[in-house]
Design a protein around this ligand. Structure first.
Ligand code: IMP
Ligand code: MG
Length: 176
């Protein structure tokens, strides 16, 4: 039975998988000859990270961070609290942050600053989804982006609403 909260499809399963393969090839080219540390941002990036890394042909390790932003449920305040830090140091490593979605960009901005302070050899970000209309003008967008979407609340493929819908294999808008 269809769940009425699952609205219009924003990115279909096939589109997701095709674009993720492309991203994997692009990242593999850019990091050829190097080793990557992929930093997945829990919990939303888990599905994306798992699919993306299957398309990487450079040696890679994975690590995870969990963060929560203070503030209202739908608007990030930019004040970020680390709930789970990396297991291993990243000094002199090539690091790629893997995020599900960049909205205002404040969470990613905080993560970039925090991880940069650990002196990695390089630091970039890859976001499956961005909302260009919402990105703060003073924040640099991620180096790699899967899809730019409209300003809708997205669910599925890792993205949740009240912890649900992460298991959908496509991205949908939350129905009003
Ligand atoms: P930002 O700090 O405003 O960029 O917000 C980033 C975080 O807010 C993401 O990592 C998500 O956890 C959450 N978020 C923002 N937009 C959405 C959405 O449309 N669906 C689900 N989570 C979202
Ligand atoms: Mg997130």
């Amino acid at each position: 039975m269809a769940d009425p909260a699952i609205g219009e499809t924003l990115v279909a399963r096939d589109e997701l998988q095709r674009r993720i393969a492309e991203l994997g090839e692009e990242i593999s080219r850019d990091y050829a000859g190097r080793e990557l540390v992929l930093v997945g941002v829990l919990k939303g990036a888990v599905l994306f990270l798992a699919d993306l890394m299957r398309h990487l042909d450079v040696p890679c390790e994975i690590d995870f961070m969990a963060v929560s932003s203070y503030g209202s449920l739908t608007d990030s305040s930019g004040v970020v609290r680390i709930l789970k830090d990396l297991d291993a140091p990243i000094k002199d490593r090539d690091v790629l942050i893997v995020e599900d979605i960049v909205d205002s960009g404040l969470t990613l901005h905080y993560l970039m600053r925090n991880l940069n302070a650990r002196e990695p050899a390089s630091l970039q970000a890859c976001a499956l989804l961005t909302k260009p209309d919402r990105l703060r003008t003073d924040i640099t967008p991620p180096r790699y982006v899967g899809f730019e979407i409209a300003n809708r609340f997205a669910i599925g493929y890792g993205l949740d609403h009240a912890q649900k819908y992460r298991n959908l294999d496509f991205v949908a808008a939350l129905a009003e």
